[in-house]
Design a protein around this ligand. Structure first.
Ligand code: XMP
Length: 325
């Protein structure tokens, strides 16, 4: 059993002793781990920390603005917001293979991050939100080449060629401890208890070729789905957002016929996906209430011009995976 104020005080002392008066950079994704690492390091060394937030054009609706609001405006941290969406889209043009897309997105991130951090010439440290389960996982994969179904990319794993010392203040913590720490450091509960979001973002939720136009439609449809999940409660009083482990919308590059007023439409399809799981290795599709599904479908079709059909994914994992790519 740990005492949070003592833990924070100790962690802060440890970071100060390690870093001294040197400068630190951190790749902020908006996810729980990098956010908590940033808040903790900032508590310890203030403006010696600079965060780099890379917008790859594959984030959720208003995500960039929210990250800047929380970290720059509210917590007064130094955050560099890099809009690299054009660059990511350019490299993804014409690419349809899911693994290829993951590789490109991972590689582009490293390139953009390295370019931005090269501008911060004083930086001697690279901070990462590595947590204990990541440490175990990468130790395992070095010895017994893990059988990979999908290569997972996230913000970690920047190359050693950056010649920076690594600062990983969350290395000994489990996910629930990281969340508790984040709340104690003043991060918003919405951010700390957000469903997981994959590193390649909407890049693996737009099937096949990724286009800016598709990402725009998907962002709006997904925001409606998430808003309704947050606003609808079951008999126990919990929201459906809390009752599901992960929920999102997938863009299918397929057109189907519909009617609108007295006109015929020929537009895109999206699928809703919502799962319940303990460990994300196996998962059940969530039995969302029909009324909720119906409302989400109506709202998406009425509010997002360009989408005229909504379907619900009722596949378990296995044999399906949680993401569609
Ligand atoms: P799957 O689709 O394999 O997903 O059932 C299991 C969990 O992993 C997440 N996921 C990823 N996370 N980079 C990530 O950081 C990735 O490339 C990636 N692919 C899948 C997925 O969202 C789910 O939580």
């Amino acid at each position: 059993d740990w005492n949070m104020p003592d833990y924070i005080a100790e962690a802060v002392e440890k970071i100060r002793a390690q870093v001294g008066s040197e400068e630190v950079i951190l790749g902020l994704s908006g996810g729980v781990d990098s956010s908590v690492a940033a808040a903790l390091i900032h508590r310890a060394i203030g403006d010696q920390l600079t965060c780099v937030f890379v917008d790859n054009g594959l984030l959720r609706l208003n995500e960039g603005a929210q990250v800047m609001e929380t970290f720059a405006n509210h917590l007064h941290m130094k955050v560099i917001h890099v809009d690299a969406s054009g660059e990511f889209m350019k490299h993804l043009a014409g690419v349809t293979d899911p693994e290829q897309k993951r590789k490109i997105i991972g590689r582009e991130f490293v390139e953009v991050f390295q370019r931005e951090s090269a501008k911060l010439k004083q930086a001697k440290w690279l901070a990462q939100g590595t947590i204990y389960p990541d440490v175990i996982e990468s130790a395992g994969s070095k010895t017994k080449k893990a059988h990979t179904i999908k290569s997972h990319h996230n913000v970690g794993g920047l190359p050693e060629s950056m010649h920076l010392k690594l600062l990983e203040p969350l290395r000994e913590l489990f996910k629930d401890e990281v969340r508790e720490l984040g709340i104690a450091l003043g991060l918003p509960a919405d951010m700390i208890y957000r469903h997981p979001f994959p590193g390649p973002g909407l890049g693996v939720r737009i099937l096949g070729e990724v286009k800016h136009e598709y990402a725009e439609l998907l962002r709006r449809a997904d925001a409606i789905f998430i808003e309704e999940l947050r606003n609808t409660r079951d008999a126990s009083g919990k929201t459906w957002y809390e009752l599901t482990s992960q929920a999102f919308t997938v863009f299918l590059p397929v057109k189907s016929v519909g009617v609108m007023g007295d006109g015929r439409t020929y537009e895109w399809v999206v699928s809703l996906r919502a799962v319940q799981t303990q460990d994300f290795m196996t998962a059940h599709w969530a039995h969302l209430p029909y009324e909720l599904l119906g409302k989400v479908s109506n709202r998406i079709i009425n509010e997002v011009r360009g989408i005229n059909r909504v379907v619900y994914d009722i596949s378990g994992k296995p044999p399906a995976t949680i993401e569609w790519e």
